[in-house]
Structure formats: structure tokens, C-alpha cells
Write a new protein. Structure first.
Length: 159
């Protein structure tokens, strides 16, 4: 099984980070390669929510359904995908740090389970590093996204 865990300080309070992680419609604004994301279940976002991510993989648009299987407000949540190519469990953990938030993203996955040992070898040789790089980039983009959201609207110049 592939495993990647990355932590980063996000320069926003836990409540702001939490709300942003739960705002599925806006995740394409900070997640690498995500073109669209939509919730497919009724009711408030939380335990039991199902949503679909639409990622571009070369010329192909890949649809990945995710199911929120654990949800402890302001603390952690678990999302699971039963994708045939990359079944994944994603855990998002938040911890307050001064006026910021330590966000930890943990991915446990199987690359191409039908390939058995070949898939596990590719996880170790390629995917752990690749997923780690993408996660690091996503967390940096989340931090930048939140900084842009918190900036006051600029006033028109008097010319």
C-alpha cells in the first residue's frame, strides 16, 4: 500500500481552513489538476457526503467519486475513493498553531490493484514521491488562496 503524509502551516485560523476544505465547489481554485468538483448528496456537508472530482489526466477527464467516512468538526475528516485505478483513503487533520493551522494530509492508496506486486513496486518507486509533491503544492496553493481571500478589496485610485 502506498502511503504519503505531509504537514504544512496554513496562515489562517482553524475555522477558516476547515470551512475552505469543506467548500467542495471551490477546491479547483487551489488543487492541482482539478477542473471541477461537485457534491452529489443532499443535506449539509459532513459524514456521508459523496462528491465527484473531475481531474484532467493528459487528454482524459477522470471522474473520481469520494465518500466522507469520518467527520469530526474542526479536527479531522476522512474521504475514501473506491477508484479502480487508485483506491484511496485521504485523512485531513487540523491543529491550531498560534494564529495559524497545522494541516496534515495523509494518503493511503493502492496503485492499479489488479497489477498486484507491480502496482506496489510503482507505488514505492514513483507514486509516493509524485503524490508527495502534489500534496505539498496543494497545501502551498491553499495557503495562498486563503491569503488572497483575506485581503481587503482594493479601493479605486483617485486619478
Amino acid at each position: 500500500m502506498g502511503h504519503v503524509e505531509k504537514s504544512s502551516i496554513i496562515h489562517a485560523p482553524v475555522a477558516v481552513v476547515w470551512d475552505t476544505l469543506n467548500d467542495i465547489a471551490h477546491t479547483p481554485e487551489w488543487v492541482v489538476g482539478l477542473e471541477n468538483s461537485e457534491i452529489t448528496t443532499e443535506g449539509p456537508y459532513g459524514l456521508g457526503t459523496i462528491y465527484i472530482d473531475y481531474n484532467r489526466l493528459g487528454p482524459f477527464l477522470q471522474e473520481t467519486p469520494w465518500h466522507v467516512t469520518a467527520f469530526e468538526p474542526m479536527t479531522f475528516q476522512v474521504h475514501e475513493s473506491k477508484s479502480a485505478t487508485l483506491p484511496t483513503s485521504l485523512t485531513l487533520s487540523l491543529m491550531p498553531v498560534a494564529e495559524a493551522t497545522r494541516l496534515t494530509m495523509t494518503f493511503d492508496y493502492h496503485l492499479l490493484p489488479v497489477l498486484g506486486p507491480v502496482g506496489r513496486l510503482l507505488e514505492r518507486l514513483l507514486m509516493n514521491r509524485l503524490i508527495g509533491q502534489v500534496v505539498t503544492q496543494n497545501m502551498a496553493q491553499l495557503d495562498s488562496y486563503l491569503q488572497r481571500q483575506r485581503q481587503p478589496a482594493s479601493s479605486p485610485s483617485l486619478v
